[in-house]
Design a protein around this ligand. Structure first.
Ligand code: ADP
Ligand code: MG
Length: 495
């Protein structure tokens, strides 16, 4: 009997003449949870997309349960028992949870009619299976759900096909701490039922909680594949970042506390937040810690003119300003890096350089025409500064990995004339190295006397990088801290 669910040997693939995976061997034992890790752009998503039939390999052999297996589409992969939850959410926002779950399968047909009752019932069972049935209902509109909840619906959707092998591409990137714990419980349940799971993540600690094996790839090559018992967290960090590991040493900008605050919120109240008051001084990075649904995103939305104020005042440089719309905010020099970058931050079919110069296109125009030389040199400068992994300024943004897309979103804001930068989970879905690079850029921006207000669900990141941190709970500020903070304190305070 063969002990492997999947054995992939000598996998090669390239795009536009660029080799992405080099002779990759990747095996997963039956019934194990196997982590696939590596820096952004390593080729993790590409590898699992080959396993899932989205991409067709240029060379190599894939065997499932000991049998060589050729499939060329996701449908054929599904037939073979492989389902996948993609890194980027793919739900239809205008449809309900149940409609999304059965979008392709539609198992409940009577002739041409879809049996909504039956599909709602089965959707409920799937939601129960992952323990979110009290929070997410089959009839909920997907657009009303948070990104974290949408991710859980994606998982329910993948389970609707009763797969033998389930691939999860960075499923926890947008989940809150409690949702992550819930997901781990689900993964353990699925494992007990004999489902084999491939789990891509950049949260290396998590691997030791739920994974039996781990494979590390970098630049399209497998570095090693081991049992988790035979490796330590430190070893993973070192091979992932290629440095000596260790914690971040971060030099804080001397916040100019004697000066007046650059950004002030006074008693801000909207439909979702209540009496929020805070200040950000020039040169400061101020963090907002809170669980999903605490009002942290809504606070940024209020400051950026998306959610209307019921009460309260926003001041810039000590002067009250009126912000009724996002264009008011932009005109006052406020920029926002949104939570859902694919929907709000980027034009996916534009090139890297077109996205970068979008906010400053008026400045690099000569008469009616964009100064292509300037555009090119600005883009190249940011690509270099941020270490964006791209084939060049003309590459279409859609094909960059998540971390690299996020670098472009941040760079785009920095290229604008803003003085206040609002960031909603800026390092969401980004590996350690890229995270640090992004934070360095943000730090340099603050150091010029600008103000940064940043929401993050990664509390270690807030603790490492912020000068002070406000804690939000159920729409209100519950604490403000400065000085040395730890992830553990924050985890405790947001609950
Ligand atoms: P990871 O998931 O490890 O972050 P990816 O597999 O998404 O990395 O990407 C690996 C590399 O392959 C990146 O350099 C990316 O730009 C490139 N790539 C992925 N998909 C495509 C595509 N469809 N066309 C061109 N390049 C691609
Ligand atoms: Mg990926």
């Amino acid at each position: 009997m063969n002990e492997y669910a999947i054995e992939a040997k000598g996998i090669n693939i390239g795009f536009n003449g660029v080799q992405i995976l080099h002779d990759v061997d990747f095996s997963v034992k039956k019934g194990e949870v196997h982590a696939l890790v590596g820096p952004n752009g390593a080729g993790k998503s590409t590898l699992v997309k080959i396993l899932n039939g989205v991409y067709v390999k240029d060379a190599g052999i894939i065997s499932l349960y000991g049998q060589p297996c050729e499939y060329r589409t996701p449908e054929e992969a599904l037939q073979a028992g492989i389902a996948m939850v993609f890194q980027d959410l793919s739900l239809v926002p205008t449809m309900t949870v149940a409609q999304n779950i059965f979008l392709k399968s539609i198992p409940f047909r009577f002739g041409p009619f879809i049996d909504d009752k039956a599909s709602a019932k089965y959707a409920l069972q799937l939601l129960e299976r992952i323990g979110v049935n009290t929070e997410i209902h089959p009839g909920d509109l997907v657009s009303d759900l948070s990104i974290g909840q949408q991710q859980l619906v994606e998982i329910a959707k993948a389970l609707s096909n009763d797969p033998k092998i389930l691939i999860l591409d960075e499923p926890t990137a947008s989940l809150s701490t409690s949702e992550i714990e819930r997901l781990f419980t689900v993964i353990n349940t699925l494992k007990q039922k004999g489902i084999t799971i491939i789990y891509i993540t950049h949260y290396l600690q998590d691997i030791f909680k739920i994974c039996d094996g781990v494979t590390m790839i970098r630049d399209g090559n497998v570095l090693f594949s081991k049992s988790t018992q035979d490796i330590t967290l430190e070893q993973l960090v070192v091979s992932m970042t290629n440095d000596q590991g260790g914690s971040v040493t971060w030099e804080h900008v001397q916040g100019l506390r004697e000066a007046k605050p650059l950004l002030e919120a006074i008693d801000l109240t909207t439909r979702s937040i209540e009496n929020v008051s805070l200040s950000v001084y020039p040169g400061e990075i101020v963090g907002i810690a809170g669980l999903l649904g605490s009002g942290r995103t809504e606070l940024l939305r209020a400051l950026f003119g998306i959610d209307p104020l019921l009460r309260g005042e926003i001041r810039l440089d000590g002067k009250p300003i009126t912000i009724h719309s996002t264009s008011d905010a932009i005109a006052h020099g406020i920029a926002l890096v949104p939570e859902n970058r694919r929907e709000q931050g980027l034009v996916l079919d534009y090139s890297v350089s077109e996205n970068l110069v979008m906010p400053i296109v008026h400045r690099i125009k000569r008469l009616l025409f964009v100064d292509e030389q300037k555009k090119d040199s600005i883009s190249k400068r940011y690509i270099k500064q941020l270490g964006v992994k791209t084939q060049g300024p003309n590459q279409v943004v859609r094909y960059l990995s998540g971390g690299n897309q996020q670098k472009i979103v941040v760079a785009k804001c920095l290229a604008s004339d803003s003085r206040v930068l609002l960031l909603d989970d800026p390092t969401f879905g980004v590996d350690l190295q890229a995270k640090h690079e992004i934070m360095k850029i943000i730090h340099a921006y603050a150091a010029k006397g600008n103000a940064v207000l940043m929401v993050s669900s990664e509390f270690n990141e807030l603790a490492d990088y912020c000068d002070s941190i406000y804690v939000m709970k159920r729409g209100k500020l519950s604490a403000c801290m400065s000085g040395s903070m730890t992830e553990d304190t924050l985890l405790y305070m947001v609950q």
